[in-house]
Design a protein around this ligand. Sequence first.
Ligand SMILES: [Zn+2]
Ligand SMILES: [Zn+2]
Length: 142
Amino acid sequence: MIYKKPKFLIWNKKFDIPKEKQTEMIIDAIAVIISKDILCPLRKRAANLLLKALLPGYTEIIEDCAVVVNRNDPLVIKWAKEVKKRDGYKCVKCGSTKKLHAHHISQWSDDPVNRINIDNGVTLCSECHAKEHEDIAHLILS
Ligand SMILES: [Zn+2]
Ligand SMILES: [Zn+2]
């Protein structure tokens, strides 16, 4: 059997993930896709990872509808950067340019599909952000 090496180039460039880690991610992704739990929210993300790894030139097609599960996911970090950039690196409520956060208009827990939708984000300073989340205000301000 001839083993054909998957093309990781684009993936590499974009996420800067070491190759061994990528292989591990692919194995995990396959495991998720073939699992019996068809409602598993990771399936879309897994399919996205596989396409990214295996299709040269594939970048953004499914990214828009990918469901991310981890707040540290590179897609979430990219989302936050793009939201701040769009808002001119200013709090949309008070205009402050310090301690900026990207806030989800429709909440992370309520709306998984829009977790990385730029239109679902606004830039807020930590003080304005804390007002949006009274329950965790102390964490935002700390
Ligand atoms: Zn928020
Ligand atoms: Zn503010």
